[in-house]
Design a protein around this ligand. Structure first.
Ligand code: SAH
Ligand code: SF4
Ligand code: F3S
Length: 448
């Protein structure tokens, strides 16, 4: 059958969609790039805010209302995990629902539905995690790849649904990860992004390294050791990871950043709030000062380090004063980019039991103020350290906004738009002189 996958949510979902596609291809199905050509459409969903669910449900509703005879509609991902069979009630006409831990059952779900059986639902075994074998996942010549290193999350921040839809934290054995990276590198991958919700927790709860492994730098912590080993795989030129947490920004992490060339100087370090009282209610496990020290430690190791972050505005009881504290630390750190989210109560979480007492108009206002601050801060940083400099850019291909131009990323994760040189290919490393900037994009010219 011809299948099409539509993906919402974070990089974990993007990675799962790739794995799902590979699995279906192995079972003889054909992936199509146009939704209209598909006999089976799978929507990979996110649950993190109510808007994310509304988007997926809206999309499913439209698909179901088209009533194309013989076409199947399936749901996977975090909302599928959370709602299970309730999806069938919310959107009549759905053929199967596959939870985050049941990805391996996708071919069976498709075959059952195609044979007229169903509806098929499996949200059973969160602990088994997703399928993550990878060689054939990247048979389409990508230069970049995501690699799962840690599934689930045990932090249980009070607002967050992720632990409920992705299960307990499980780290993959380092050898398995390294074998995957080697395989990817041999298939032409040059940039690896290691994925985990709180990825610096990797290996803290069990044996991920064999006792025979010796770190060339004498590192002892599991995640810094992993970074060092991934960077040493022949062919890998860039290593990234997401998301970080201040508790993992240790002296060893700083040391690998300072000494391993392939590790790119960018950290996505979610802040969430600049008020200690709110951070405590969020159960984030750090204070503003801990956060500040984490940033300082990494900047001492690599002075050009770029930081990006996530911030929630309008958390229950957030006052004007709390919000001003967030603005102050945002200014102080000097983020290069940030996502700002309006607090959204999620069923089953601790915070959902508290009154969502910041009115929507106030959330909107705080969101807007913070975005303006962030744009101004980013522009200042571009002027200070980027405009006029030559940056190494890994080309991604056509710029989504202007098909005559290409875009790519600097080592510090800024998007650069440029005119491609003759014969350029995605994955090429180019030197680009940065001429100008908008808050989220740099523009430049390729230099020899
Ligand atoms: N594991 C990552 C975050 C994953 S969710 C981390 O903690 O580092 C991505 C972002 O969504 C979070 O950082 C947070 O800013 C936001 N988010 C999560 N739950 C939310 C909610 N209930 N309302 C609004 N934003 C939320
Ligand atoms: Fe959610 Fe917190 Fe885990 Fe991130 S660290 S996924 S915000 S519970
Ligand atoms: Fe969304 Fe699931 Fe990621 S809830 S943010 S897709 S882990």
């Amino acid at each position: 059958m011809k299948f099409f996958i539509r993906t919402y949510g974070c990089q974990m979902n993007e990675r799962d969609s790739e794995a799902a596609a590979a699995l279906l291809r192995q079972h003889g199905h054909e992936q199509v790039l146009n939704e209209a050509d598909a006999d089976v459409i799978i929507v990979n969903t996110c649950s993190v805010r109510s808007k994310a669910e509304a988007k997926a449900l809206g999309k499913l509703g439209i698909l179901a209302s088209e009533r194309r005879p013989g076409r199947l509609i399936g749901v996977m991902g975090c909302m599928a995990q959370r709602l299970g069979a309730d999806v069938f009630e919310k959107v009549p006409g759905i053929n199967f629902v596959i939870g985050t831990g049941s990805l391996g059952l996708l071919p069976r779900a498709v075959e059952t539905a195609a044979g007229g059986g169903g509806p098929f639902v499996d949200v059973g075994d969160l602990l088994n995690g997703s399928v993550c074998t990878s060689a054939h996942v990247y048979d389409n010549q990508q230069a970049k790849a995501f690699v799962n290193v840690l599934f689930g999350c045990d932090r249980r921040c009070s607002y967050c649904v992720v632990p409920f839809v992705r299960g307990r934290e499980r780290s993959r054995p380092a050898e398995e990860i390294l074998a995957e990276v080697l395989d990817l590198a041999q298939h032409g991958v040059r940039e690896i992004t290691l994925l985990g919700q709180s990825v610096l927790s990797y290996g803290r709860k069990g044996n991920v390294w064999s006792p025979d492994h010796v770190s060339p730098r004498g590192l002892t912590e599991p995640f810094p050791k992993l970074l060092e080993a991934v960077a040493a795989v022949p062919g890998i030129r860039r290593v990234r990871f997401t998301s970080a947490h201040p508790s993992g920004c240790t002296p060893e992490l700083a040391r690998v950043f300072a000494t391993v060339e392939q590790i790119c100087e960018h950290v996505h370090l979610p802040l969430q709030s600049g008020s200690d009282r709110i951070l405590k209610m969020m159960r984030r496990g750090y204070t503003v000062d801990d956060y500040r020290r984490a940033v300082e430690r990494l900047r001492q190791a690599v002075p050009t380090m770029a930081f990006t972050t996530d911030i929630i505005v309008g958390f229950p009881t957030e006052t004007e004063e709390d919000f001003e504290a967030t603005r102050a630390i945002v200014e102080e750190i000097g983020f290069d980019n940030a996502f700002v989210f309006k607090y959204s109560p999620r069923p089953g979480t601790l915070a959902a039991e508290w009154k969502d007492d910041v009115p929507p108009s106030e959330k909107l206002k705080r969101n807007k103020i913070l975005l303006e601050d962030l744009d101004r801060i980013a522009m200042k940083r571009h002027q200070q350290k980027r405009i006029g400099s030559i940056q190494e850019v890994m080309a991604d291909g056509f710029s989504p906004r202007n098909r005559k131009m290409w875009s790519g990323r600097t080592r510090d994760f800024m998007t650069v738009v440029f005119e491609p040189p003759a014969g350029a290919r995605p994955g090429d490393f180019l030197n680009i002189l940065i001429r100008r900037a908008t808050p989220q994009t740099l523009y430049g010219e390729v230099r020899p």
